[in-house]
Ligand binder design. Structure first.
Ligand code: HEC
Length: 623
C-alpha cells in the first residue's frame, strides 16, 4: 500500500473512533466485559483464548471479531457503543499489517480501462434486478461453463465471512468485506488498485453513478453509514447516516437512477431484542434518496409510523411500536413508469402494520407510496422469539421477510411483470401496469425464518429461476454449550441437517407453472456448517444458471432442463494473490457475478450455522 493510502486508512479509522467519544455517557468497557465476556474468557478452557491473549490484539481487531468475526453470534444483543468500549478496554496490540507491496497493481494495469461491456454495475447488471448478464457482457457461453477453472483467489485477511456483493466496472471489480474494507481489484489478476476502510462491515453492493467524467460508487455498511467514493481513486466524496437509530444496519445495495441513489435501511434491532433489558422496538424501515454527487437528501420515506410506548414486558422493560418493515434488498427502478419497487421485512413489535412483508411501489421523484401489497399480515417477530425470551411479542408471526429484490421482467409479448420471492417459499407475480395487481403465485419451497427464497432469484426473460434455503436446524448436541435459550455458539448458531434443504426451480413467466426442478445434493461428508440449502442469490447467463449452496459448492445448471453443467467445491484452503491465508465456506448472501468471460464468487458465511470463509474466487474457462 502506498503511504498515502495507509494515511487515508488510518484517517478513516480515527474518524470512526471519534464518533464514540462524542457520546455523553459512554459505557465502561470493563463493565461490558464483565457482563458479556468474562464467563468464557476469564476461565482456563483450552478452546477459549484467555483474557491475556485478547489483550495482545488491537481494538480494531476485537471490534471486527464482534461485528463479523468469531464472536458475532455472542455480540448480537450488544449495542454499538458497548462494543467499542469493550474493544478499547481489552485491546492493547498493534493494528493488523497492511497487504504487501506485491499485491498492488503495477502501472501496466490501469484502473477502469477495460471495455464498457465488461461490467456488472451493482446487485444486478441493470436496474431490473433480474441478475441476468447478456451474451455480450458475459462473454461466456453455456458450452464453456463445464470448462470453468479457478484463475485466482483473493483473501480478506483475518475475516471469517465473505459476503460482499461484487460489482464490475470496465475490468475493475469492487467488493466490500466483513472487515469493512472495500477493495478495487483488477478483474483479470486480482491485483489491488485501492482499499477503502468503511465504518463497518460492507455487505451491500455498489450503486454506480456517473457525474460528468467521474464514476461514483455508493455503498452502505452494517454500522449504518452510507459512503460515496470516487471509483478511480477510492477517495471519499461524502459519508452519511441515512438513519440516526443506533441499531441501523445497512445491507441492501443502493439503487441508482439519473444521478440519484436510493438507500434501503434495515436494522439489528431484532437481535438486540435477545437482551431482556432492551426496550423493543423503535427502528423504522426506510428509503432515502441521496444525490450521488454531494449526498444531498432529496426525499425520505418511512415504512411505519413513529413508534409510541405500548406497555411493558413480563420483565418490566418498556415496549414500543410500530417498528420494523426494514428493507434488506436493492430497490428496483422502473424508469418508464417513474416507480421504485421495494420489498419489506417483518414488524419487530406490536402494533402490526400493513407495510411489513410487502411489495410496494414508490414515486421515484417524491418517495410517495403509490401502491402496496402485503403478502403476510401480522408478522410481528424478533430474535427473542427463537430464544423464547421476554421480548418476543404475543402471537408472534413466522418471520417471513422479503430478503430479496423484486424483479422487473419484460416479456416477449410486450407486457411487463414484477416478480418477488419470499422467505415463506412463495413466488408472486404482479402487473406493474395495474397498480401491482397479483397475477399468479407458486410455492417453490417450504419456507422458514432462514428462507424459502432468501437473497435473490434471476430471470433471463424466458423463465424465472428460484433457489431455496429451507435449511433445517438440528437440536443442539449435548455438551456443545448451546441450548434453546443460548442458541449461539461462538461460530454459527446450531448444527444443520446435512440432508434437508435447497433445490432450484424454473418457473414459466406467464403462468408461474413449474418448468423443471434441479434437486439439492445432500452434503457429503456431513460436517459442521454443512447443509444443501441454497439461500444465496441466483445468477443467469444465456443457457446457464449459477447457484451456490451452504455446503460450499458452486454449481451451474442448464437453463433448458436444469441438468448439472459445472460443480466446484469452495470449502477448502486457497493460496491467494494478496498472500494472506484464505479458506472457503458456505455460499450464501450475494450470488455469483459474471462479466468479461469470468465468474466471481465470495465464499464464507458462518451465520445461521453455515461454514466460515474469507475468500473471493475468480473462474474462467480452461483455454
Ligand atoms: C460462550 C463463550 C464466549 C463468550 C461469552 C465470549 N467468547 Fe470470545 N471466544 C470464545 C471462543 C471459544 C473463542 C475461540 C473461537 C475460535 O477460535 O473459533 C473466542 C474468541 C474470541 C476472540 C478471537 C481471538 C482471535 O484470535 O482473533 C476475541 C477477540 C473474543 N473472543 C472476544 C470476546 C469478547 C470481547 C467477548 C464479550 C463481548 C467474548 N469474546 C465473549 C468464547 C466466548
Amino acid at each position: 500500500m502506498t503511504a498515502r493510502a495507509t494515511g487515508r486508512l488510518i484517517a478513516v479509522l480515527i474518524g470512526a473512533a471519534s464518533l464514540t467519544s462524542a457520546h455523553a455517557a459512554a459505557p465502561a468497557g470493563e463493565a461490558v466485559y464483565g457482563k458479556y465476556c468474562a464467563s468464557c474468557h476469564d476461565q482456563t478452557e483450552a478452546r477459549i483464548p484467555a483474557r491475556a491473549a485478547l489483550m495482545k490484539l488491537s481494538p480494531a481487531h476485537i471490534l471486527k471479531t464482534l461485528d463479523f468475526g468469531a464472536m458475532m453470534s455472542i455480540a448480537y444483543p450488544i449495542r454499538r457503543e458497548e462494543r467499542e468500549a469493550v474493544a478499547q478496554f481489552l485491546g492493547h496490540g498493534a493494528d493488523d499489517p497492511p497487504p504487501p507491496a506485491s499485491a498492488f497493481c503495477k502501472q501496466d494495469h490501469p484502473i477502469m480501462a477495460g471495455p464498457a461491456g465488461d461490467s456488472w454495475a451493482g446487485w444486478s447488471p441493470d436496474a431490473s434486478n433480474a441478475r441476468f448478464q447478456n451474451a455480450g457482457s458475459a462473454a461466456l457461453n453455456a458450452a464453456q461453463v463445464p470448462k470453468l477453472e479457478l484463475k485466482w483467489a483473493y483473501a480478506f485477511p483475518g475475516d471469517v465471512t465473505a459476503f460482499g456483493a461484487p460489482a464490475i466496472v470496465r475490468d475493475t471489480l469492487f467488493t466490500g468485506s466483513a472487515g469493512g474494507v472495500v477493495q478495487a481489484l483488477d478483474d483479470r489478476t486480482g491485483c489491488i488498485h485501492w482499499l477503502y476502510q468503511a465504518s463497518g462491515p460492507v455487505r451491500s453492493g455498489m450503486a454506480v453513478a456517473s457525474d460528468g467524467g467521474r464514476t461514483i460508487l455508493v455503498f452502505s455498511d452494517q454500522n449504518g453509514w452510507t459512503h460515496a467514493v470516487d471509483a478511480k481513486t477510492g477517495k471519499q466524496i461524502w459519508r452519511k447516516r441515512p438513519e440516526e437509530h443506533e441499531a441501523t444496519r445497512l445491507t441492501g445495495t443502493p439503487a441508482e437512477h439519473d444521478g440519484v441513489v436510493f438507500v434501503p435501511a434495515a436494522s439489528w434491532e431484532e437481535t438486540r431484542s435477545l437482551d431482556p433489558e432492551y426496550p423493543c422496538c423503535t427502528f423504522r424501515g426506510s428509503i432515502t434518496a441521496f444525490r450521488a454527487r454531494n449526498g444531498e437528501v432529496l426525499w425520505k420515506t418511512y415504512l411505519v409510523d413513529k413508534p409510541k410506548r405500548t406497555g411493558q414486558t413480563a420483565a418490566g422493560t418498556p415496549t414500543f411500536g410500530p417498528s420494523g418493515a426494514g428493507v434488506w434488498s436493492r430497490p428496483t427502478v422502473d424508469a418508464a413508469r417513474g416507480l421504485l419497487y421495494i420489498t419489506t421485512g417483518d414488524n419487530y413489535s406490536h402494533p402490526a402494520t400493513s407495510t411489513s412483508d410487502a411489495v410496494m411501489a414508490l414515486d421515484i421523484k417524491t418517495g410517495h407510496i403509490v401502491w402496496s401489497h402485503q403478502m403476510t399480515s401480522a408478522d410481528v417477530y424478533n430474535s427473542a422469539c427463537g430464544a423464547k425470551a421476554v421480548n418476543c411479542p404475543a402471537d408472534n408471526g413466522p418471520d417471513f421477510d422479503f430478503g430479496s429484490s423484486a424483479i422487473l421482467v419484460h416479456l416477449a409479448n410486450g407486457h411487463d411483470l414484477l416478480i418477488a420471492g419470499q422467505k415463506s417459499g412463495m413466488v408472486y407475480a404482479f402487473d406493474p401496469e395495474q397498480q401491482g395487481k397479483p397475477l399468479w403465485q407458486t410455492r417453490v419451497g417450504k419456507g422458514s425464518a432462514n428462507g424459502g427464497v432468501q437473497w435473490g432469484m434471476a430471470s433471463d426473460g424466458h423463465a424465472l429461476y428460484a433457489a431455496v434455503s429451507d435449511v433445517v436446524r438440528l437440536p443442539p448436541a449435548a455438551g456443545s454449550g448451546a441450548d434453546a435459550s443460548h442458541p449461539a455458539g461462538p461460530i454459527g448458531n446450531s448444527a444443520l441437517d446435512p440432508n434437508k434443504g435447497g433445490g432450484l426451480t424454473a418457473l414459466d413467466l406467464a403462468s408461474g407453472k413449474k418448468l423443471w426442478f434441479a434437486p439439492p445434493t445432500a452434503c457429503a461428508p456431513p460436517r459442521p456448517g454443512c447443509s444443501p440449502g441454497q439461500p444465496g442469490a441466483v445468477t443467469v447467463i444465456p443457457g446457464a444458471v449459477f447457484s451456490g449452496s451452504m455446503d460450499g459448492q458452486i454449481r451451474a445448471f442448464a437453463t433448458a432442463d436444469g441438468h448439472l453443467l459445472w460443480d466446484f467445491d469452495t470449502e477448502k484452503p486457497f493460496s491467494t494473490v494478496n498472500g494472506a491465508a484464505a479458506h472457503g465456506g458456505s455460499l450464501d448472501g450475494a450470488g455469483p457475478v459474471v462479466a468479461g468471460g469470468m465468474v466471481y464468487a465470495n465464499s464464507g458465511y458462518p451465520r445461521f450455522g453455515g461454514a466460515p470463509g474469507n475468500v473471493l474466487l475468480a473462474f474462467g474457462p480452461k483455454e
